[in-house]
Write a protein that binds this ligand. Structure first.
Ligand code: NAD
Length: 495
């Protein structure tokens, strides 16, 4: 059976009747059929979202009713935690315990934004002192309107929820278009939202490919904001398409994040966090610390330990207990990563471990945890996002040199620093040009803290309060005291 689209409160087939397979990357076989929406379905969904926004059926509901609905969604996700996590693992390949984290976070995200919306309602408008007693000015925050959310495959449900939860909490209506590589958990989200009883048209789901279903959602004249997470090339297209109507855009894009490791750190902790920084979620993480800089004194000893630990990582299907590295999400992404590895061979980088398919694993899109060292600073593998289990490591001699190397590149999503000297950590954290800095760790992510990049890694912030305000417009309301006269054209007795 083909999964449905969700438009205007109803589960429907795409008008064209098209579909595509959902493939399990561990077995390379299709396990479900997904509806292929296109511009016609996208138009129906945007119009439904527009109607639902304009008649106030959601934005003008008492906030307590809206937030109660969001909490019902959180409860609905938690009630199905295990089966949605299993589905995510099957669709994406990630180890099951990692999928469980994702789904728990997704549920929490709805509760968190419900709390923020309640708190915002309680605060009310903000008074502004304009320095003239005849005027009373205040700021009201209103929902942005109709939001289209376009999301990637690496955290299929979570990346969608980072947009859907704050947008709904703010009073917006939404059309979600997940990645065609991993759509299944978002179909389950639509079922949970439907069961939570949101008014028709408030949330809509269009599955399909980027060009056919995604592009129309970035161009549509009835859309107020496009919230996008994905690659830099697609982000550029999204921004161009949205520019025609001067629509608000938020972009969460790629990265090639540095991890600066000083020799005074605990070597076991360095091994743990360097591996977690790149091999968690198979390295398919926008903020993966895929460039590691190690102080020269520690370099040989730490490389030896990293090689040994990387070679001990258990590779296999995400459903198998003890597996820490699942298959790459798809054949096309597998080919892309393999292309990087082939080109890296001629780059002058030294391969410490990995570099291809694990021995004896014939089926599944598996790639060994791969480490390159002594990488030329102009090599593609050092500068470009691979989005796979591949890390590049270089030595440095001074703090200043490490910061310069870390900041040299087009991206600025994240960075990490490890040292026992916390003052040094603070100095480095201040000088790294990135939106997320981890100290003595890499990757832990909290719904309460803002997320987003500098430079080519994007525009805007998700998560935290900033991720809520991203779905609200500021409106100033300025009132003149009607007992006063203005006295510009008419004299004070007349006006
Ligand atoms: P992608 O750019 O290929 O696709 C992302 C989404 O855009 C998909 O839903 C796709 O169908 C859609 N799309 C493709 N072409 C489109 C078009 N012309 N118009 C509108 N939509 C279109 O990215 P991906 O391969 O799914 O994800 C990997 C990328 O996402 C990596 O670069 C990664 O760094 C980035 N990412 C960033 C963050 C972050 O928070 N900064 C988080 C996760 C992933």
């Amino acid at each position: 059976m083909t999964t449905p689209l969700y438009i205007d409160g109803a589960f429907v087939a795409p008008v064209s009747g098209g579909s595509f397979p959902a493939v399990d990357p561990a077995t390379e076989t299709a396990f479900a059929t997904v509806a292929a929406g296109d511009a016609v379905d996208a138009d129906l969904a945007v119009r439904a979202a527009r109607r639902a926004f304009d008649d106030g059926r959601w934005s003008e509901l008492p906030v307590a009713e809206r937030t109660a609905a969001l909490r019902r969604i959180a409860t609905g996700i938690r009630a199905r935690l295990e089966d949605i996590a299993a589905l995510e693992t099957r669709d994406n390949g990630k180890p099951l315990p990692e999928a469980v984290w994702d789904i728990e976070d997704a549920a929490f995200c709805f509760d968190y934004y419900a709390d923020l919306a309640d708190a915002a309602e309680e605060r009310g408008d903000t008074a502004v002192d304009v320095g003239d007693a005849r005027f009373d000015s205040r700021i009201r925050r209103e929902p942005v309107g109709v939001v289209t959310a376009i999301t990637p495959w690496n955290f299929p449900l979570l990346m969608a929820v980072w947009k859907v939860a704050p947008a709904l909490a703010a009073g917006c209506t939404v059309v979600l278009k997940p990645s065609e590589l991993c759509s299944m958990s978002c179909v389950e989200l639509a079922k949970i939202i439907d069961a939570a009883g949101l008014p028709a048209g408030v949330f809509n789901l269009i599955t399909g490919t980027g060009p056919e279903a995604g592009a129309p959602l970035t161009e549509h004249v009835l859309v107020d904001k496009v919230a996008f997470t994905g690659s830099v090339p697609t982000g550029r297209k999204v921004m161009q398409a949205a520019s025609a109507g001067i629509r608000t855009v938020s972009l969460e894009l790629g990265g090639k994040s540095p991890f600066v490791v000083f020799a005074d750190c605990d070597i076991n902790k360095a091994v743990e966090w360097i591996l977690f920084g790149i091999f968690w979620n198979k390295g398919e993480v926008c903020s993966a610390t895929s460039r590691v800089l190690i102080e020269r004194r520690l370099y040989p000893r730490l490389l030896e330990r990293l090689k040994e630990a990387a070679e001990n990582i258990v590779i296999g299907p995400g459903t198998k207990t003890g597996v820490k590295l699942g298959p790459i999400v798809s054949q096309s992404q597998y080919d892309k990563v393999m292309g990087f590895l082939e080109r890296a061979r001629d780059s002058g980088a030294r391969r410490l471990t990995g570099g291809g398919r694990p021995a004896g694993m014939q089926t599944g899109y598996y790639i060994d945890p791969t480490i390159y060292t002594d990488v030329p600073l102009d090599a593609e593998i050092w500068r470009e996002e691979v989005f796979g289990p591949v890390v590049c490591i270089n030595p440095f001699d001074t703090e200043t040199e490490a910061i310069a190397m870390a900041n040299d590149g087009p991206y600025g999503l994240a960075g990490a620093v490890m040292s026992d000297d916390l003052e040094r950590c603070d100095r480095v954290a201040a000088r790294l040009r990135a939106g997320i800095i981890w100290v003595n760790c890499s990757q832990p992510t909290f719904v309460q803290a803002p997320w987003g990049g500098y430079k080519s890694s994007g525009i805007g912030r998700e998560l935290g309060e900033a991720g809520f305000e991203a779905y609200r417009e500021l409106k100033q309301i300025t009132r003149f005291d009607h007992h006063e006269t203005w006295g510009w054209y008419l004299d004070s007795e007349e006006a």
